[in-house]
Structures are given as C-alpha cells and as structure tokens.
Design a protein around this ligand. Structure first.
Ligand SMILES: [Zn+2]
Length: 236
C-alpha cells in the first residue's frame, strides 16, 4: 500500500465527517479534521488521531462518491477510531457501493495501473536498458530526460512490447526483445516510443493504457529508421 499523490481535500467530505462525529460523540467538541484523497493501489481508507487532529485518507476511487456513501464511510472510520461497533446499515451501504459494477471496474482498473509491478532489472542478457535509454536520450532528447525506472518484463510478451507506467514512473520493455536476434534498432525504437509517453503525458481514457495523439505520432516518425524498426517488430 503506497500513497502516491494527494488529489484534493474538499470541504464537503469534511462537513460529512463533522456531522457524523457529532452523532457519535454529541458531547465532545469536534476536533480539526483533515481529509485527503490519495492514489492508493486498492480501494481503501484510513483514519488516525494525531496531535488532536483527525486525519483521514481515502482512496481517490471514492472521490465524488455519493454523499450517503461518504457518510457510511465516516460512520465506519469514526466508529473504528473510537472503538465502537460499526452501525450495520453503514457497513452494508458502503459494501454495496464497492460492489456496484462501475465502481468495481474502476477499482480493478486502478489496481492494474498502480499495483506493484513485477519487473526484472534493467540489465538484460543482450541489452542493458540503462544504456539503451542513455543513447536514445542523448540522440533525441538532448540528454535532458531524467531517467525513469527501467526494467525488462518478467514474461516474454509479444502483445505488449513496451509500456510506460506513469504511476510508478517506469518504462518496461518485453523480455522478448532482450535477444541478440533482435536488432538494437528495434529495442531503441520501443524505448523511444515509451519515452514519448513521458514527453506527452496523456489522460487515461477508460481502460486504454496508451493514447497516441497526432502530436505523438508525428514525433514518433522522427525516429531514424522508423520504417525498418517497425518492420522488425512486426516480424517478431
Ligand atoms: Zn504507446
């Protein structure tokens, strides 16, 4: 479970937590409440009391969830914090929401995107990705691109020759390319393509991982030996 970035902390969820707090502890003054929506790899939420302040971290999957769902979550978390039984209708309402088809799909997409990736080291048997990256960086990006994490995939995928995982800032190349039978030109081309994904960050649309804009494609054509490289990859 890692916390990647904070999306936002809105005042409305805070109002919900304050209201629920009053219901659970009508006699206590409301402590300051801080709420963060975080890019967790799973649907999850945490609460803690720290120096008199209630800190809540909620997965950004629940960002924009209906009010009654956030209210149910507030009941669950605050009950836990104050060691009280969780109201049954709150836990069932929250669970029902997580089971909704569209929410389930969002969660599984997020898990796929952000879950820890199994990636082998950059040094392969035929090619060293650190070295390939440096060469492509020097040639096409004036050496200005900061090196992301680089690694060979565990499996020899033919479908996905490479991909850039923005949430882990990692370029992964398919191990199928790590062979003396594959010309270096093709490896450099796949690396170049993935580096363009860093250069042209795109919004995720639905389940599509990479979106190639017109601008992206024009830039991609500037690769020396573009036709040769794509022909080699097709032949794989
Ligand atoms: Zn792509």
């Amino acid at each position: 479970m890692e916390r990647l970035t904070v999306v936002s902390a809105e005042s409305e969820p805070r109002a919900i937590f304050r209201t629920v707090f009053c219901e659970l502890r009508p006699r206590s003054p409301i402590p300051p409440i801080a709420i963060e929506f975080c890019r967790f790899a799973n649907a999850n939420a945490f609460i803690q009391l720290k120096q008199g302040q209630i800190e809540v971290r909620i997965t950004d999957v629940l960002h924009g969830a209906p009010q009654e769902v956030l209210e149910a979550l507030a009941f669950i978390l605050l009950s836990k914090l104050y060691r009280r039984p969780v109201p049954r209708d709150a836990s069932s309402r929250y669970r029902r929401y997580l089971l909704r088809k569209d929410v389930r799909e969002r969660i599984s997409h997020v898990r796929q995107e952000r879950g820890r990736k199994e990636v082998a080291s950059a040094a392969g048997s035929a090619y060293d990705l650190d070295e390939v990256f440096d060469a492509v960086n020097e040639r096409y990006f004036h050496g200005l691109m900061a090196r992301p994490k680089l690694g060979w995939s565990i499996r020899k995928s033919r479908q996905t020759l490479g991909h850039y995982d923005a949430s882990h800032h990692t370029i992964v190349l398919s191990r199928i390319l790590d062979s003396p039978a594959v010309p270096r030109l093709a490896v450099e081309y796949v690396m170049y393509h993935e580096m363009l994904h860093i250069r042209f960050p795109t919004e995720h649309r639905g389940a599509r991982r990479c979106v190639h804009t017109r601008e992206f494609k024009l830039e991609e054509r500037k690769f020396d030996g573009f036709d040769d490289a794509t022909a080699i990859l097709k032949a794989l």
